[in-house]
Design a protein around this ligand. Sequence first.
Ligand SMILES: [Zn+2]
Length: 121
Amino acid sequence: MEQPTRPLSPEKILDVWEAGRQQHELDRALTLLTAASGLSRDELADLTIGERDARLLRLRKLVLGAGAAGISECPECGERVEFAIDTATIATRPANCLTKLWKPSARRCCKLIRSRKLSSR
Ligand SMILES: [Zn+2]
């Protein structure tokens, strides 16, 4: 199912923004990828979260470039830190498993969970 992600025209970005602004984040991700991939929403909902996020990062790079601004807060003193990050660095590392953050005893990794599964909860 590997389809090239294509950049979005300014008009298409506005269409996607308009359609996605009232949507849940799960649906917004699928709206973006549907516009950029030519795949159906159904096909994209079957991607693992890791595959989905890799495609979102590729799309972001095509539209906005590889640079991104990160913001974090020190857990000790609360000091806010801003930093620049190359999204290629994120894409080459496995994402943190959110399932294991929510439930440390979980056996499954969220990277194997699919959008379809999350939206049915
Ligand atoms: Zn600190």
